[in-house]
Design a protein around this ligand. Structure first.
Ligand SMILES: [Zn+2]
Length: 59
């Protein structure tokens, strides 16, 4: 399993991203500041504030 570190845009803590578990568009919560974040890209690993586009909702 490949583990990468991405910076939280809110508190700048490092958050683990796991290839296979996280992919572009995956949303997660920062463990430090609890901001909802979205994976923008994995190469490089980059997080941004989650946006709630309906087109990203699978179900
Ligand atoms: Zn944070």
């Amino acid at each position: 399993m490949t583990l990468m570190k991405a910076l939280c845009p809110e508190c700048e803590c490092r958050i683990d991203l796991r290839l296979g578990e996280h992919e572009m568009g995956t949303t997660l919560f920062c463990p430090e500041c609890e901001t909802e974040l979205e994976v923008i890209t994995l190469r490089p690993p980059l997080l941004d504030y989650a946006t709630r586009h309906t087109w990203t909702e699978a179900d």
